[in-house]
Design a protein around this ligand. Structure first.
Ligand code: ZN
Length: 90
């Protein structure tokens, strides 16, 4: 399964889920969505330095004033139908 980053669809999902409050750090209202997915690595133990257990895809929203970055799990923002559609026109 592949899903290319679709800024319009992801921004729409963020808006629909109410991700529109001012920055939790500085209170500023302007924010932006980074163009692309990132990932959080998952580890089975704290001693692991090499990630081979998996990861969680995320999108990142940053405050345009202070730069605080908030991660959102991509799977919460992209519908199953969109993901199964494969080619999303990008
Ligand atoms: Zn801020």
């Amino acid at each position: 399964m592949d899903y290319k980053f679709n800024r319009e669809a992801i921004q729409k999902a963020l808006d629909e889920k109410g991700v529109n409050r001012p920055c939790v750090r500085c209170g500023e209202g302007r924010k932006f969505l980074f163009d692309g997915f990132s990932r959080y690595n998952l580890f089975d133990s704290l001693g692991d330095n090499i990630n081979d257990e998996g990861s969680v895809p995320i999108v990142l929203v940053a405050c345009a004033n202070c730069g605080a970055i908030t991660p959102h799990a991509a799977y919460a923002l992209i519908s199953k139908e969109e993901m199964e559609g494969g080619d999303n026109g990008e």
